[in-house]
Design a binder for this molecule. Structure first.
Ligand code: PEP
Ligand code: MG
Length: 596
C-alpha cells in the first residue's frame, strides 16, 4: 500500500461521472528491445520470425475483437482494433522492417522498432494532441509485435475485479476494450492521454468515468489503494479521508440522481414554454458514438466530423469505405437528420504522409480550401455521400467557408459528382440539403449573401471565437481570452441568426458553446434552431430549453448587446440563469468547484 495520506491530482476530464473504488494498476512498462546484427546465414530465419510474429499479433487482435463482439453483441467498439490489424499489414511497416533485416542485418525486434520510428516521423512531430494519440497507436502495434518476437504476453493478462479503478501509464485500445468488456470496471485514470485518446473516446462512448493526462499517478498508487475519480471535473483523489470519501459518495449520489432524473425526460422535445422548438442534436467523430448519443435523447446528428476517418491510418479511405461508414450512420439514425461535414483536414489535422507547408496552420490550406485543392480526395467523399443519401436523412455541410465563391466552387464539385453518378446509373436522393459552417468572421459578416445560396447554417463557435478574438484555440496561455460571450462574438451570432431568419433557412450551432446549459437561453433568444453537442450534455440542455421562454431569451439578448465587457455579459447571463433556473446549471451546481 502507498503511505497513508491523501493526494489530489488534477488531469483532463475525459469522461464524466464519479467513481469510488480500489485501484487496479496495470503495468504497461515499455518492452526493452534487444539489438544485434545478424550473420549472413541468419537473415532468412529472422524474416520468418518476423512473419510469424505478425501472424500471431493479428490472431491475438482477432481474438480480442471476437471477445468484445461476443460480449457486446455488436461491432460498435471494435473499429480501433481493426485499425491496429490494418497497421500490421501496412507496407511502411512490413516492407521497411523486412528491408532492415535483409539489407542492414538488424534483428527483427530492432527492425520493427526502427520501422515504427519512421512511421511516427511521418506524423512529423505535430504538437497537436490528436497526433500524439495516433503516434501512441503506432507504438502499441510495434510493442505487440516485439513482445510476440520475445515470447511475452502483449495484452493485459490478469483481469481486475468488478468495480476496480484502472490506473495505467497509458492503455492500448485493445486493453481498454478487453477491460471494459470482460469486467465492469468503474473508471479509468491514465498518466498519458488527451480528450481525443482512444481510452477517452471509448470511455465516453461506454459512459465510464475517466481522467487522463494526470502525469504521475502510476508512481503514487498501488493495487488496492482507494481512489476517487471525478471524470466530470478531471479530479483524482488518492486515499481519500473518510470525510472526503463521504463527500464524494454524496456527490456521486447527487450526480446519479440528477442524471437519472434528466434521463427520464430525455425524449421530450426541447420546446420552450412559449412554443418554440429547438432540435437538440449530437456531435460525433466516430460511428461508435451513435448509441450514446441516442440513449441521451439526441434527435439528430448535427455534426459528423468525417476527417477522423482519415486520421491515424497509413493510407487514404476509399470511396467505398466512406460510403459504408456514412450508410452505417444514416441507417442508425433512421429518419432523423444526419449532418455530415465534408472533411476538415489540413492545419493540424493531416493524414499520414501528407504535408501542407504553412507557417500558421490555422490560417493555411485547411478544410474546404484543402478539399478544393485536392479534387480527387474531395470527389471520393462527395460521391460516397451522394450514394449513401438513399439510406437516410442526409444533410451535407462544408467547413470553413470564407466567401460565396468558395461555396459555389464546392457546390460545383458536388454537382459534378452527382452528374458522374447519374451517368453510372447510381441511385441518389434528389433533394439533399447543402449547408455551410459559419466559423470565420468573413462568413459571419456576409451571412446574408451566403444564406441565399445554401440550405442551412451551422455556427462553429470553436473556430469563430478563435478567428474573431485572434486566439489559438489550442494555446493554454491565451485560453483566458476564449470568451463565447465576448460582445464581438455575440454581435456576430446576432448577425448570422438574423441573416438566416431573413432568408428563411435554419441555423444550427455545433461548437462547444451549444452544449453549455448556461448559454441555452441566450441561444434560444438569438433564434438558433438546432443545438448540437456531446451526448451526455443533451438531457440538461433539453431541460433548460423546456423551462425557458424564447421571449425572455430575446429580451436577455437585447440587454446583453447593450453591455460592453465579456465579464459583464457573462455575469448578467449567470444571474439571469440562476434566478430563472436555480439548481439547473449542471455539474458545477451539483458538485461545487474543482478543489485546489
Ligand atoms: C467549430 O469550429 O466550432 C466546430 C464545431 O468545428 P471543429 O471543432 O471541428 O473545428
Ligand atoms: Mg471548426
Amino acid at each position: 500500500m502507498t503511505p497513508a495520506g491523501t493526494s489530489i491530482l488534477v488531469g483532463i476530464a475525459a469522461s464524466p461521472g464519479i467513481a469510488i473504488g480500489r485501484c487496479w494498476s496495470v503495468d504497461r512498462r515499455r518492452v526493452r528491445t534487444p539489438k544485434r546484427r545478424l550473420g549472413p546465414d541468419e537473415v532468412d530465419d529472422e524474416l520468418q520470425r518476423f512473419k510469424t510474429a505478425l501472424e500471431v499479433s493479428d490472431l491475438q487482435l482477432a481474438e480480442v475483437k471476437e471477445k468484445v463482439e461476443r460480449k457486446d453483441g455488436t461491432a460498435e467498439h471494435t473499429a480501433i482494433i481493426d485499425m491496429h490489424r490494418m497497421m500490421l499489414r501496412d507496407e511502411m511497416l512490413v516492407l521497411e522492417a523486412q528491408r532492415l533485416v535483409r539489407d542492414e542485418r538488424l534483428n527483427a525486434e530492432w527492425a520493427v522498432k526502427r520501422a515504427i520510428r519512421k512511421i511516427k516521423s511521418a506524423f512529423h512531430e505535430q504538437a497537436d494532441e490528436y497526433f500524439k494519440e495516433r503516434r501512441a497507436d503506432v507504438d502499441f502495434v510495434g510493442e505487440r509485435i516485439i513482445k510476440n518476437l520475445l515470447g511475452q504476453a502483449p495484452d493485459v493478462d490478469e483481469l481486475p475485479p468488478e468495480g476496480a479503478i484502472i490506473v495505467a501509464h497509458d492503455l492500448s485500445p485493445a486493453d481498454t476494450a478487453l477491460l471494459l468488456h470482460e469486467r465492469k470496471v468503474a473508471a479509468f485514470v491514465t498518466d498519458a492521454g488527451a480528450k481525443t485518446s482512444h481510452t477517452a473516446i471509448v470511455a465516453r462512448a461506454l459512459e465510464v468515468p475517466a481522467v487522463v493526462g494526470v502525469g504521475k499517478i502510476t508512481s503514487l498508487v498501488e493495487r488496492g489503494d482507494w481512489i476517487v475519480v471525478d471524470g466530470s471535473r478531471g479530479v483524482v483523489v488518492i486515499n481519500p479521508t473518510p470525510g472526503e470519501r463521504g463527500d464524494y459518495e454524496a456527490a456521486q449520489k447527487r450526480y446519479r440522481a440528477v442524471e437519472e432524473e434528466l434521463l427520464r425526460t430525455r425524449d421530450l422535445p426541447a420546446r420552450t414554454q412559449d412554443d418554440v422548438t429547438v432540435r437538440v442534436a449530437g456531435n460525433i467523430e466516430f460511428v461508435e458514438e451513435v448509441p450514446s448519443l441516442l440513449s441521451h435523447g439526441g434527435e439528430a446528428i448535427g455534426l459528423y466530423r468525417t476527417e477522423f476517418l482519415f486520421l491515424g491510418r497509413p493510407d487514404l479511405p476509399s470511396e467505398e469505405e466512406h460510403y459504408q461508414n456514412y450508410k452505417r450512420v444514416l441507417e442508425a439514425l433512421g429518419p432523423r437528420p444526419v449532418t455530415i461535414r465534408t472533411f476538415d483536414l489540413g492545419g493540424d489535422k493531416l493524414p499520414a504522409g501528407m504535408r501542407v507547408p504553412a507557417e500558421n496552420p490555422a490560417l493555411g490550406l485547411r478544410a474546404i480550401r484543402y478539399c478544393l485543392r485536392q479534387p480527387d480526395l474531395f470527389k471520393a467523399q462527395l460521391r460516397a455521400l451522394l450514394r449513401a443519401s438513399v439510406h437516410g436523412n442526409l444533410k451535407i455541410m462544408f467547413p470553413m467557408i470564407s466567401g460565396v465563391a468558395e461555396l459555389r466552387a464546392a457546390r460545383r464539385m458536388l454537382d459534378e459528382a452527382r452528374a458522374e453518378l447519374a451517368r453510372e446509373g447510381v441511385k441518389m436522393k434528389e433533394e439533399i440539403p447543402v449547408g455551410i459552417m459559419i466559423e470565420l468572421p468573413s462568413a459571419a459578416m456576409i451571412s446574408d449573401r451566403l444564406a441565399r445560396e445554401c440550405d442551412f447554417f451551422s455556427i462553429g463557435t470553436n473556430d469563430l471565437i478563435q478567428y474573431t478574438i485572434g486566439i489559438d484555440r489550442q494555446n493554454k496561455d491565451v485560453a483566458y481570452l476564449y470568451k463565447p460571450l465576448h460582445l464581438a462574438v455575440l454581435r456576430m451570432l446576432d448577425i448570422i441568426c438574423s441573416a438566416a431568419r431573413t432568408a428563411g433557412i435554419p441555423v444550427s450551432m455545433c461548437g462547444e458553446m451549444a452544449g453549455e446549459p448556461v448559454n441555452a437561453l441566450v441561444l434560444v433568444g438569438l433564434g438558433v434552431s438546432e443545438l448540437s453537442m456531446n451526448g451526455p450534455s443533451i438531457p440538461l440542455v433539453k431541460r433548460v430549453v423546456r423551462a425557458a421562454r424564447a421571449a425572455d431569451g430575446r429580451a436577455l439578448v437585447a440587454r446583453l448587446l447593450a453591455l460592453t465587457t465579456a465579464d459583464d455579459i457573462e455575469r448578467e447571463v449567470r444571474v439571469e440563469m440562476s434566478r430563472r433556473f436555480p439548481g439547473l446549471l449542471g455539474e458545477d451546481a451539483v458538485l461545487g468547484p474543482v478543489p485546489g
